[in-house]
Design a protein around this ligand. Structure first.
Ligand SMILES: NC(=O)C1=CN([C@@H]2O[C@H](COP(=O)(O)OP(=O)(O)OC[C@H]3O[C@@H](n4cnc5c(N)ncnc54)[C@H](O)[C@@H]3O)[C@@H](O)[C@H]2O)[C@@H](O)CC1
Ligand SMILES: [K+]
Length: 560
């Protein structure tokens, strides 16, 4: 598990160690230098390599310069641009003593600074760290330089390491107030613990590979709640989050998912959602929909059962239009789908009427089960939903939900610029467990916030969300009794679903899974991969499940 902390909490954890004289900065700089050396060795060697240090006047710049001194001692040509005109004295002196050269920036347009960047092999971005004013981005001369240097550094093909964080991002929220002045990094070498903002969009896009350098403050943070967590392959195994079939299992014990999706006019979402759930390893998928749609679903997935009856989790709304009234008025099938979806939500809330239960093929006294509300089911939601009601909007759908909830100014673009903030806000309003789709998936629930980034940009394709809804339904069904008895956090299980979805997409794109953080690294596969289709992704779900299951014989959960 990767835990992302607020900059404030990391700084608070550092304080007692600093007071005790622990050389945190030396440790940070040494770890940074080791990563920089590895990057240089992979690019033709250290001796004679041209390293450019962009140093602000705070400790972030000092870290970068002290690392620069290690590199200079090993033969690299290290040039430092002091973007604020000066820097921490002892770090300047150390680097100078190793032969480092300096340019104290007085004029933001100084051509010498851009020229240095244009010929760099490696750039260390040490302009701003956790001490920066969060909501402004880089300012002054430093801003002008960063904005101009981006192009020069890109044309040099230089490897960029962000020191602690890319300068100008909000390391707690992941906001990027001034994207034009942020230098995209190939790697972020962060100290002590991952900062939450590195795990959240849009900042995550600028961070590249994240490497956490242990500077000995882990113990200080154990009592601190992380802002976000990220589930990794090893956690799924260690916590036995996936249930492998047992010899004594039959199909009902392996989880049954009920899918209320699509219609005769919109069968694709139902086909994909059912197929995804089936491939994720449940015992049965029941399809709730009109006969004509069902025949298409079954033609594509012959094992799907078109009969109402008992399930351990529902998925409702995929492939159903959001504007119920205008659509359903003209289409009786859609109207029936909406009312089945409403009945399943009522069951989850414990308020189902006999008519609702009959619609779902259930008898009196049927117990609540988890439900996923997707696409057309994401409208006019009640508040204070229990955790086992999972909402899976994309940014546009979340904007509509928040607009309906009395926040007319919230826009899709606004949410994309601050997904963590809006996911928390929506969870605060609606309760339940919220999965906000995006290049990084944010899950906000009663047990905290998860940020999963297991996929690939190829995943931005129609139908990927339908597959996700099916996978979420499958893992909820498999963990239904644990969730409904409070023995498992719904958010953790939804994070697992996002992980299966992302891994499947990477396999379909010919990529390896995102590397597992061993040695403190989160390493994306450098290959670009290839286009994927949603059926291709679905075919790869069993491979993702198998990888996550290995060494995870049984989660001990019973599905009833
Ligand atoms: N506190 C500690 O014990 C440790 C801190 N470390 C490093 O120290 C960093 C934090 O250092 P600081 O607190 O000195 O802060 P920073 O180095 O992040 O920056 C503070 C300085 O930047 C300038 N500044 C602030 N906002 C600005 C803006 N918007 N535009 C341009 N300039 C701006 C200010 O002049 C201020 O002096 C961490 O990110 C990490 O790199 C590490 O050395 C590990 C130990
Ligand atoms: K930085």
């Amino acid at each position: 598990m990767i835990e992302g902390f607020s900059a404030e909490d990391v700084r608070a954890a550092e304080e007692p160690l600093l007071a005790a004289g622990v050389p945190l900065m030396e440790r940070a700089a040494f770890g940074l230098a080791m990563r920089a050396l590895a990057a240089l060795r992979a690019r033709g060697g250290v001796r004679g390599a041209r390293v450019v240090v962009l140093a602000g006047r705070g400790n972030n710049g000092a870290d970068a310069m002290l690392a620069g001194a290690h590199l200079a001692a090993r033969g690299a040509a290290v040039s430092t641009i002091l973007v604020a005109g000066s820097g921490v004295d002892h770090a300047v002196a150390r680097l100078r003593s190793q032969g480092g050269r300096f340019l104290a920036l007085q004029d933001a347009d100084d051509p010498r600074a851009i020229e240095m960047c244009r010929t760099a092999t490696l750039v260390l971005d040490g302009v701003l760290g956790t001490g920066s004013a969060a909501n402004t981005g880089v300012r002054g001369n430093a801003r002008t330089l960063m904005a101009q240097a981006r192009g020069a550094i890109a044309s040099a093909g230089a490897f960029v390491i962000a020191v602690d964080q890319p300068s100008g991002i909000d390391s707690t929220t992941g906001a990027v107030p001034d994207p034009q002045a942020v230098l995209p990094a190939d790697e972020t070498v962060t100290f002590g613990a991952a900062k939450a903002g590195l795990l959240c969009e849009p900042a995550a896009t600028y961070a590249g590979t994240i490497t956490v350098i242990d500077i000995g403050m882990g113990a200080q943070l154990t009592a601190t709640a992380p802002v976000v967590r990220r589930l990794q392959v090893a956690d799924v195994r260690a916590e036995r989050l996936l249930r492998a079939p047992r010899a004594s299992d039959h199909k009902y014990l392996r989880g049954v998912v009920g899918i209320i999706a699509g219609s005769a006019h919109y069968p694709g979402a139902a086909i994909m959602s059912c197929a995804a759930a089936q491939h994720a390893g449940v015992g049965m998928v029941r399809y709730f929909g009109p006969r004509e749609a069902a025949s298409q679903v079954i033609a594509a997935n012959p094992q799907v059962v078109h009969a109402a009856g008992r399930v351990q989790a529902y998925v409702a709304g995929s492939g159903l239009p959001a504007d119920h009234d205008s659509q359903a008025g003209a289409d009786r099938e859609l109207a029936a789908q909406y009312s089945a979806s409403a009945a399943a939500l009522a069951l989850a809330l414990g308020t189902a009427s006999p008519v609702d239960l009959a619609r779902l093929g259930l008898g009196e006294g049927a117990a609540p089960v988890p439900i996923v509300l997707d696409a057309g089911a994401l409208t006019a939601l009640p508040r204070n939903l229990p955790a086992h009601v999972v909402l899976t909007p994309h940014a546009g759908e979340l904007a509509s939900l928040l607009n309906q909830a009395g926040h007319p100014d919230v826009t899709r673009a606004g949410i994309e610029g601050a997904p963590l903030r809006f996911a928390r806000m929506a969870h605060g309003i609606f309760g339940g467990t919220l999965l906000l789709k995006g290049s990084t998936t944010i899950i906000a629930g009663a047990g905290g916030v998860w940020s999963q980034n297991d996929g690939t940009a190829w995943l931005a394709t129609a139908g990927a969300g339908d597959a996700l809804a099916g996978i979420v339904g499958a893992v909820l069904a498999q963990n239904s009794s644990l969730i409904m008895t409070g023995r498992q956090d719904t958010g953790r299980i939804v994070a697992l679903a996002a992980m299966i979805h992302g891994m499947s997409a990477r396999f379909a794109a010919g990529l390896h899974p995102v590397a597992d953080g061993q040695g403190g690294r989160i390493d994306p596969d450098p290959n670009l991969g290839r286009p994927i289709t949603v059926p291709g992704l679905i075919e790869c779900i069993p491979r993702a499940v198998a990888q996550l299951l290995s060494a995870s014989p049984d989660n001990g959960g019973t599905i009833v």
